[in-house]
Ligand binder design. Structure first.
Ligand SMILES: Cc1cc2nc3c(=O)[nH]c(=O)nc-3n(C[C@H](O)[C@H](O)[C@H](O)COP(=O)(O)OP(=O)(O)OC[C@H]3O[C@@H](n4cnc5c(N)ncnc54)[C@H](O)[C@@H]3O)c2cc1C
Length: 398
């Protein structure tokens, strides 16, 4: 049962977009996500998998082509509505669909039209930041969250400047979302010039270049519709013009990237939390114990109210942050992190409470709630462990 909608200020166009996104989430994503959850990681991305139908239908909706000339806040309002519905449909698919546009988003962010044409939103992309030996280290790129005196150590992936090219060698972690299937990558990696100077850089690159190979798709507990795998680089040559930032602006651009990623997670996981709340409300009205639907029992009502309150609060924060960051020349990382941490924690807590309301049935794969619980659990590590993100945000406040 949908909970009463408090959105009183949506324009007709916004309501239409939200309704289209909701129908896609309900009719296409929810059933596909449940089916993909039961497959092996190889089957999820095999030719003929329902995953490809979802991706094709998503592109046809036109959500990746929201008018770039439009007011950024108006576009952000639409994105809030769309992302929540996608997260309501299926968290893993929602992350796959939004990550697919990451190279295009970064080309847009730096205003590079040539790169945007080379890596448009419908060129399935991925974002490769973390490395096998540097997960949190790459998120905490300025070492603000590290223990005093701690040092991240040698990078796993290095780009070495050679004339008007960079030669990239090494690997990114097994966690790169869309890693097996992406055609392009937004790659964060250490850079080294011929005279040995080093720093960080972000490159946009095609993944069909000579020297690039991929690992085996990852087998994990939740968001199983989301493909992930390592990407290996063996002396891969990339034109220097495809470096969107070098050491001098790496810190600023990585902030921007984390703002995009964390802001997006904030919106998606409000939808996942709402899905759990709605399923629990329905079940509580159907399931009879003591001769009455369990929703009549005080503790179930109280639990449902707590879940409802958390979803509304996470949505309000997430939207406020998204709109602020869309309007601002200098997006606030601490705000994007607050949205990500709040929404993912809310999704996890609400899914856990929903599972409790389902009782024994909640633990069974016959009901959708255990999957949402697994999907939500993963989100507290995805795009940065919540505790590490919290330390980064705290450092900003200080
Ligand atoms: C579903 C999913 C999707 C992902 N998608 C992508 C993607 O698209 N691209 C990509 O590059 N990566 C992706 N990741 C990787 C993700 O960003 C990392 O898993 C995350 O940053 C944590 O790194 P780690 O797994 O190496 O854990 P570690 O960094 O090894 O951390 C292990 C534990 O130590 C703690 N810890 C580590 N360092 C500190 C510190 N300085 N202070 C306090 N505590 C610390 C952490 O909080 C955690 O509890 C994804 C991960 C998941 C689960």
């Amino acid at each position: 049962m949908p909970v009463p909608n408090l959105d009183i200020d949506l324009s007709e166009e916004e309501q239409q977009v939200r309704d289209v996104a909701h129908r896609f989430a309900a009719d296409v994503m929810r059933p596909a996500g449940e089916a993909l959850d039961k497959l092996t990681p190889d089957e999820v991305i095999a030719p003929g998998s329902i995953f490809w139908d979802v991706y094709k239908q998503y592109l046809q909706l036109g959500f990746t082509e929201l008018d770039p000339e439009a007011d950024p806040v108006a576009v952000a309002r639409l994105q809030c509505l769309i992302s929540e519905e996608l997260g309501w449909g299926d968290a893993g698919l929602a992350v796959a669909l939004s990550t697919a546009g990451m190279p295009a988003e970064l080309a847009k962010a730096v205003g590079n039209q040539e790169l945007l044409e080379q890596f448009p939103p419908d060129n399935l992309g991925c974002w490769a930041i973390t490395e096998p030996n540097h997960g949190s280290d790459m998120i905490d790129f300025n070492s603000r969250a590290m223990a005093p005196g701690a040092k991240p150590g040698k990078p796993n992936c290095i780009a070495r400047g050679e004339g008007d090219e960079y030669v990239i060698s090494g690997q990114k972690s097994a966690w790169v979302s869309n890693g097996s299937i992406a055609r392009s990558v937004a790659l964060h990696c250490a850079t080294e010039t011929v005279d040995g100077q080093s720093g960080g850089g972000i490159f946009l690159a095609s993944l069909d270049l000579e020297g690039i190979t991929r690992g085996k798709p990852l087998h994990k507990i939740g968001q199983r519709a989301l493909n992930q795998c390592e990407i290996y680089f063996d002396q891969v040559r990339i034109p220097a013009s495809q470096m969107i930032c070098g050491p001098s602006d790496y810190s600023f651009m990585t902030d921007m990237t984390l703002c995009l990623a964390n802001g997006g997670m904030g919106m998606i996981f409000v939808g996942t939390a709402r899905a759990a709340l709605e399923l629990a409300l329905d079940y509580a009205q159907e399931r009879v114990q003591g001769g009455v639907p369990i929703i009549q029992h005080q503790s179930v009502k109280g639990r449902l109210f707590t879940m409802y309150r958390k979803v509304e609060a996470a949505r309000s924060l997430s939207r406020r942050v998204t709109l602020y960051n869309a309007a601002s020349d200098l997006p606030a990382l601490q705000a994007a992190i607050s949205a990500k941490v709040t929404s993912t924690l809310t999704a996890f807590e609400v899914a856990s409470d929903a599972l409790q309301i389902f009782g024994g049935a909640g633990t069974s794969q016959e009901y959708p709630i255990e999957k949402i619980f697994r999907d939500a659990r993963v989100s507290m590590i995805e795009d940065g462990c919540n505790e590490v993100l919290g330390l980064l945000a705290g450092d900003r406040l200080a």
